[in-house]
Write a protein of this length. Structure first.
Length: 427
């Protein structure tokens, strides 16, 4: 995954007001819920007590309760109640869950995957989408493919005449995209299959956005030609515009082997004239999206599931000229990952220098050897209180500290992955 980016993980409507929602994204099990004011909260889903999934729990005021033993965690991740210990029971500081930065923009829930910052960047879409005037419908589904392969499949369209030619449902594409009115659109399939040469392709890179335009035509009939405009925005958005069709897709990693697709279909310009009854138009868009999910996208995924290697990177495949956008995408992915690693290393080095300076100051300002406490008074270890009276184990503090250290180590490993450091999550 590319660190230090906003990833869309759900539609806003997927998170309800009265119950938690569990998802797995970017290799992490997450639970999302809303507090009493409606503010969205996103946290790690596993209760640190015995590993139950909090998404199976319930909401109690401004807290989420574990389904196993009722431990309650507040919006900041701290445990506020352990029913077995009573209202006045001492709660170990280690009993807490991670809380993630999330925002709701453009009808989606966005998760910040990266290092903690005082000020996070804004969530911005390419201008073609940020000011898009048309209504839309959005659906989501998952596929068992790596997100790099999924993104690649939407950065070129010269596969469509080979992958999507044989299913009866593709007659919609034949008729409305390729059929000619002179033959009452009955020649759609023939023209569709014949138009497979890419010409006039151009690719431009602007920051974290790549734009591509090209024509797909029939080599022996220049009149059978169709223009495409594609947009990729890091880390995982693709947008295609071809004639009446405009579709935006976000492809967010679930883990190293699965991807969540969020697809948005914009209303066709002629749909108002074709369907004057406004409440019916969203249903037509939803039907089109279902067709995409169960036919065209499934056809693509049947092939992608058998691609090797499973992860696309520079140099693993032999690209051709029409794959220029694909090549730019892989270059950008590597560049952004390298920048995130460099930034993480610089911050780690700065923290190490600060720690060293503090240690040097402590040594300089500390007591002289003559003022040090005499060895042998037994107070730290000799009185046996810590080990002998059993209080350290009995009150849970010793066990709590151990679990806290383990928790800190686990959180540090996760943070390193999010910041572009070592680990499988950073791939």
């Amino acid at each position: 995954m590319i660190p230090n980016q906003w990833y869309p993980i759900l539609r806003t409507e997927d998170v309800k007001r009265d119950a938690p929602t569990g998802v797995k994204r970017l290799g992490e099990e997450l639970v999302l819920w809303r507090d009493l004011s409606g503010k969205l909260v996103c946290q790690s889903a596993r209760c640190p007590h015995k590993g139950a999934n909090l998404s199976d729990g319930r909401l109690v005021g401004n807290s989420i309760a574990c389904p196993y033993h009722g431990f309650r965690y507040d919006t900041g991740g701290a445990c506020r109640l352990i029913p077995a210990l009573g209202a006045e029971g001492r709660i170990p500081a280690s009993l807490r869950i991670d809380t993630y930065e999330v925002r709701e923009e453009y009808g989606l829930v966005w998760l910040w995957w990266g290092e903690t910052r005082e000020k996070l960047p804004d969530i911005e879409l390419p201008h073609e989408l940020a000011r898009h005037p048309r209504p839309y419908e959005t659906i989501t589904w998952s596929r068992p493919v790596h997100y790099t392969r999924y993104i690649e499949s939407l950065l070129e369209f010269y596969h469509v005449t080979f992958v999507h030619r044989d299913h009866w449902a593709n007659i919609i594409d034949y008729t409305f995209m390729y059929g000619s009115w002179r033959k009452l659109w009955t020649d759609g399939r023939e023209r569709y299959i014949a138009a497979n040469k890419i010409v006039n392709h151009r690719v431009d890179v602007d920051g974290t956005i790549i734009r591509s335009t090209f024509d797909q035509c029939e080599e022996g009939d220049p009149s059978n030609i169709w223009h495409f405009d594609l947009i990729y925005q890091a880390p995982c958005m693709t947008h295609v515009r071809q004639g009446l069709l405009e579709v935006t897709t976000w492809l967010t990693p679930i883990d190293e082997e699965n991807t969540q697709a969020i697809m948005r279909l914009w209303e066709y310009p002629l749909l108002k004239r074709m369907v004057p009854v406004k409440p019916l138009r969203p249903w037509i868009l939803r039907a089109s999206l279902q067709m995409e999910k169960y036919v065209q996208d499934q056809q693509d995924n049947d092939i992608m599931a058998r691609q090797e290697p499973k992860v696309s990177e520079r140099g693993v495949n032999k690209l051709i000229a029409p794959d220029e956008m694909n090549a730019k995408y892989l270059q950008m992915r590597d560049r952004l990952k390298a920048e995130a690693r460099a930034e993480a290393e610089a911050r780690a080095a700065a923290r190490a220098r600060e720690a060293a300076d503090e240690q040097n100051e402590a040594l300089t300002d500390g007591p002289s050897p003559a003022d040090a406490a005499p060895v042998g008074n037994g107070s730290p270890a000799g009185n046996g209180a810590s080990a002998g009276n059993g209080s350290s184990v009995g009150n849970g503090s010793s066990a709590g500290n151990g679990s806290s250290a383990a928790g800190r180590a686990a959180r540090s490993k996760k943070a390193a992955a999010r910041a572009g450091g070592v680990g499988k999550s950073a791939s």
